[in-house]
Design a protein around this ligand. Structure first.
Ligand SMILES: C[S@@+](CC[C@H](N)C(=O)[O-])C[C@H]1O[C@@H](n2cnc3c(N)ncnc32)[C@H](O)[C@@H]1O
Length: 377
């Protein structure tokens, strides 16, 4: 069950699409205050938190030697407004640097990457509108292209890229850990005793797969970057200082919601037992150790933020968490269980019921890890 063959976010721009559920306005709730409309989506918040890292990296890179042309790529761009946010922040930062230091603007080439099943039609439309509206008025030459393919493969020629960015995508693995599939160990056993018995085996298999995939990802990007080139990314992770997060899996909310549906007879237990989601949230120190072991990159900065809280510390509403979860996971769930839109609505209701602040904060202590790296060799 490889990610490449099955993964994409909910396409288009409808009610349940990723485009509508990764940045839209929604009403958050908090234990103490009810606030009015605010942007609180995990992905949008992660991108906002990456912007200072982008600004610093551009200044340092351009300050060392400003090339005549620069290549920038976003890996795992998806579709909708977020697809262009980071590359746009980079182009703007380069533009500001050149104005401030009275340097000639470099020509820029932008690449947007995602898996081939991604909704590239929507990306192409946004690119067209964006290029005419934004780039043509304020910048020199900016050309843009889309690159369908897996970031666990070579995507660019050697030494051709100056900046890579990636937001909330690298927690996706290249495939489900094969050893679990072969030994028929479910991701989340409905039987609590068996679940506790296999918990370590499942966690270790996912951790090993992540190490293998992320090591490959780093070595591929190191080949594609110029020496001194930058890689700035965010992903869903766990924090070593929080004891509870040691045993947490990023798919727990989903698994508990689906298990509820098994117990109610809405989906079959046999199907649920063979369902795995190729996704893993690493501990911050685990990520650092993989980067050090792989050896191509120097870590400039690591930032750890609450994953679910907005920049103002507020949690999104259970309804927002449910819509976001549906937009991201509907295609993989439908593909495996073969269920209808109505059953997906039941799934979203189950996620909403579970997403009380105590479940999210206590049982699901995920963080957003943001890192800035430089290719050092
Ligand atoms: C949660 S979305 C994040 C999208 C966007 N960067 C954002 O911040 O809103 C994760 C994206 O990563 C993409 N993805 C997952 N595995 C990938 C791979 N191996 N290669 C390229 N893209 C991948 C998915 O298709 C999806 O569009």
């Amino acid at each position: 069950m490889a990610t490449k063959q099955m993964l994409h976010m909910n396409p288009g721009q409808g009610e349940t699409s990723y485009a509508r559920n990764s940045t839209i306005q929604n009403t958050p709730f908090s234990k103490t205050t009810i606030r009015s409309e605010k942007e609180l989506h995990l992905q949008k918040t992660a991108q906002d938190r990456m912007k200072p890292l982008i600004e610093d990296a551009i200044k340092a890179f351009c300050g060392a030697a400003l090339p005549k042309s620069m290549v920038i790529a976003d890996l795992g761009c998806s579709s909708g407004p977020n697809a262009l946010t980071l590359v746009s922040a980079m182009v703007d930062a380069i533009h500001r640097y050149c104005m401030e230091y009275m340097q000639p603007q470099p020509e820029m080439c932008i690449f947007l990457n995602d898996l081939p099943c991604n909704d590239f039609n929507t990306v192409a439309k946004s690119l067209g509108e964006f290029k005419h509206g934004h780039f043509s008025s304020s910048h020199h030459i900016v050309v843009a292209s889309m690159v369908p393919g897996s970031f666990y493969e070579r995507l660019f020629t050697s030494g051709s890229v100056h900046f890579f960015c990636s937001s909330i995508s690298l927690q996706w693995l290249s495939e489900v850990p094969e050893e679990l599939v072969k030994s028929k160990i479910p991701m989340y056993d409905s039987d609590e005793q068996l679940r506790l018995l296999n918990r370590e085996i499942v966690a270790n298999a996912y951790a090993r797969q992540f190490r293998k995939d992320f090591t490959l990802f780093l070595s591929l990007r190191a080949q594609e970057l110029v020496l001194g080139g930058r890689l700035i990314f965010s992903l869903v992770g766990r924090c070593s200082s929080n004891h509870a997060s040691k045993s947490t899996q990023v798919w727990k909310l989903l698994a508990v919601a689906l298990n509820d549906m098994v117990l109610k007879g809405v989906i079959s237990k046999e199907k649920f037992d063979t369902f795995h989601i190729p996704i893993y949230a690493p501990l911050d120190k685990e990520l650092n150790s993989i980067i050090e072991d792989e050896g191509s990159f120097r870590i400039n900065k690591t930032m750890v933020h609450d994953a679910f809280h907005g920049t103002d510390g507020m949690l999104p509403s259970p309804n927002t968490i449910a819509s976001m979860t549906r937009a991201v996971f509907e295609p993989v769930i439908v593909q495996h269980f073969g269920i209808s839109g109505e059953t997906m609505a039941d799934f979203a209701s189950a996620v909403e019921r579970l997403s009380s602040s105590s479940f999210v904060e206590v049982e699901f202590p995920l963080v957003c890890l943001c890192l800035s790296l430089t290719r050092a060799r």
